[in-house]
Each structure stands twice: as C-alpha cells, then as structure tokens.
Design a protein around this ligand. Structure first.
Ligand code: A2P
Length: 246
C-alpha cells in the first residue's frame, strides 16, 4: 500500500497529511468505497462535513480500511464541519472550543474565512483556529487570505483544488503538465503542495484517486509556478463568503 508524504504540523503540534481526500458531492451510498480506495491509495486525511450527508459513509470507509490494511485510528485524520445555520455561529464556535478542551477533537478549524474574518475571530475567541479551509485552485488563488493565515500559523486547506474539474481543460495548464509528463490534475495538486496549502481533491474514480496522490516524485520549477499563478479564472465556484447566505 502506498503512503503519500509531506506532513504538516498544526500550531498545537498535531501532524496532518499535506494531501487530503475531499468527499463533497460523493453520494452517501458510494462514500465508504471511495474513502477505502483513498486510504488504500495512501491518503491519511479525509475531509467531510455534516452538510455533505455522508459522514456515516466516511466512518464506515475508515473502519473498513483500518481492518483491511491494519491501520490504527490515529493514523487517519478526519475533518468534519458544523453548518453555521445548524447551531448558530456563537454556539458552534463555543462547541468547537469545548470539544477541543475536553480532548474529544484534536484540532479546530474554520472554513471560508477570508483574512478579515480570521482577524476578527482571533480577536474574539480564546483559541485561534488551527486550520482554515477555503476555495483555492488554479485561476482562483485567494492569496491574501492564504498568506494571512500562514503568517499567523494557521494551516490553509484548499477545497475544489481542481476547480471542480473545470480548470483541467485550460490550455496553459495542459502545456505545463505536458512538460512534466503529468496530468493537469497532478499539476494543480502539486502547485498547492508547493505553496504549503493542503489540497483536498475529490474523485469517485479509483484511477483519479490514485493519480491525484501520485504527486511526490517531481516538483514544479519557480518559473512554472509563476506561470500557473498567472492563469486567469477558468473554472470553479469563485465562492464569495462575504456575500454568501446560509
Ligand atoms: P469524478 O468525481 O467523476 O471522479 P474538485 O476536487 O476541485 O472539487 O474537483 C472534483 C472534480 O474533478 C470531480 O468532477 C472529479 O471527477 C474530477 N476529477 C478528480 N480528479 C480528476 C483527475 N485526476 N482527472 C480528471 N478529473 C478529475
């Protein structure tokens, strides 16, 4: 069984794998199988949310993989998220901090926080989040938010690291991918890894799940990193947390 490498250490000392597997939009029926396949492919960081309706499948997939591959629970990092509207923002934040203090969760994080949200939160709470998960992909690099978090010791994770698949058709990206003998998806993922951002690619296909984890045997040159930075918007949600309603 493979093992993807590149661990990151959260500011509280907890280590997480620098590459995760996202399960947004994977149907509850297929989730366990996809998670098992991902763990087989070497992923040790699985990202779900209450609102994805597939937390149960994630649990089943993790359990099956532990049995099948002889892994311990602590070798697999699982993230989930409370929806703001479910509990109320203040209550949810308090609940996160209490669970963390009780030792029932290893780390707390936020999602879709822009730099000014992170700043407001850290002024207002006792425990600074360890992770902020934002939309970040080729053509939509939220540089300001990512840099603010990283400067403050908060690990940035990227949801939709492939721009929901849309960016993979971009000509410039494919030209660069060809130079390295890699797929456009692998370039998207590697580009994020080199920025110390944790990509959370989602796929339901074993071939893609494996391909997306096979990104540790090459590196993108600085010149090509800059060329990729310059690719204009070419897919993905372009989610704006400031105007979003929940
Ligand atoms: P599928 O789920 O059918 O395998 P993101 O992670 O940015 O949200 O992108 C997910 C989308 O990209 C899904 O539609 C997924 O397809 C597709 N995808 C994931 N990995 C690859 C890959 N290596 N090559 C092509 N498409 C991919």
């Amino acid at each position: 069984m493979n093992h993807v490498s590149a661990n990151l250490t959260l500011y509280n000392g907890v280590k997480i794998s620098g590459l995760g597997f996202g399960v947004w939009q994977i149907s509850p029926l297929h989730t366990a199988k996809c998670v098992r396949t991902a763990i087989k492919a070497g992923y040790r960081n699985i990202d779900t949310a209450e609102g994805y309706m597939n937390e149960k499948g994630v649990g089943e997939g993790v359990r099956q993989a532990m049995e099948e591959y002889g892994l311990k629970r602590e070798e697999i990092f699982v993230s989930t998220k409370l929806w703001n509207s479910h509990r109320g923002y203040d209550k949810a934040m308090k609940a996160f901090e209490e669970l963390y203090r009780d030792g029932r969760i290893k780390a707390i994080g936020v999602s879709n926080f822009l730099a000014h949200h992170v700043q407001a939160l850290t002024e207002d709470s006792d425990i600074k989040p360890m992770v902020n998960q934002i939309e970040y992909h080729v053509g939509f690099g939220q540089v300001k938010s990512a840099e603010y978090c990283q400067a403050n010791g908060i690990v940035v994770e990227a949801w939709s690291p492939l721009g929901s698949g849309g960016v993979l058709r971009n000509g410039e990206l494919n030209r660069i991918a060809g130079k390295y003998g890699k797929s456009a998806a692998q370039i998207c993922i590697r580009w994020l890894l080199q920025k110390n951002i944790v990509p959370l690619p989602k796929s339901t296909h074993e071939k893609y799940i494996m391909e997306n984890a096979d990104v540790f045997d090459f590196s993108i040159s600085e010149e090509d990193m800059t060329a990729i930075d310059r690719i204009p918007y070419c897919g993905g949600m372009m989610f704006d947390p400031d105007s979003a309603r929940s």
